[in-house]
Design a binder for this molecule. Structure first.
Ligand SMILES: [Zn+2]
Length: 196
């Protein structure tokens, strides 16, 4: 059984996922990033860790077959399908400061950090508790000198990533709000949970 959920452009959604359940995150129109963070529902101080994941998986490019690891060196999710294959686990969620510092933006701007925080606050998560997100469909390129660049996603309409929970999880997903990460246009993100 599954039930399709829709995250409108420049927003987010938080929900629980039990051990063994599968989450599929879909890019319905193509070229749309979704930031994802994870917490252990039994102890919210245990959370997704970019550093542990890149270390244990020995790769900068996390995709099908890899695990997502916690700050306590335990497996949180297993990526069992990834039809696009390009995700980012280097960059922090976009925040109002991202737009001010990188893009000289004036005034307010929607951001993944704010959407993660406002959706997770009812569960007792503070803004400083939010880790580096696993950025589904995000296309960050790097050269041999270590120079980074954010390119439009290579994902096409209908591309998806399926992840299996390795522990009981609190999950938060966004539809990213950064112009440069999403090919200049903000689209929704869809997801579904398989209960069997
Ligand atoms: Zn973002």
């Amino acid at each position: 059984m599954s039930n399709l959920q829709i995250i409108p452009p420049q927003s987010g959604s938080a929900f629980k996922l039990n051990k063994g359940q599968k989450l599929t995150v879909i890019d319905p129109e193509g070229q749309q990033v979704s930031d994802m963070v994870l917490f252990n529902t039994d102890d919210l101080r245990e959370k997704l860790s970019s550093g542990k994941t890149l270390d244990f998986e020995a790769s900068l490019l996390i995709t099908k077959g890899h695990y997502l690891w916690s700050n306590r060196s335990r497996k949180m999710m297993h990526i069992i399908e990834d039809t696009n294959g390009r995700n980012d686990f280097l960059l922090a969620p976009c925040s109002i400061e991202t737009f001010r510092i990188l893009y000289n933006h004036k005034g307010d701007h929607p951001s993944c950090l704010n959407n993660l925080y406002t959706n997770l606050a009812p569960y007792g998560i503070g803004i400083d508790d939010i880790p580096t997100a696993f950025n589904l469909f995000m296309n960050v390129q790097f050269d041999t000198d270590g120079q980074l660049s954010v390119e439009p996603p290579s994902s096409r309409a209908g591309d998806y990533v399926t992840l299996k929970a390795e522990m009981d999880l609190l999950v938060c997903l966004t539809a990213c709000s950064a112009e440069d990460s999403n090919g200049g246009k903000f689209k929704p993100i869809h997801y579904k949970i398989e209960y069997n």
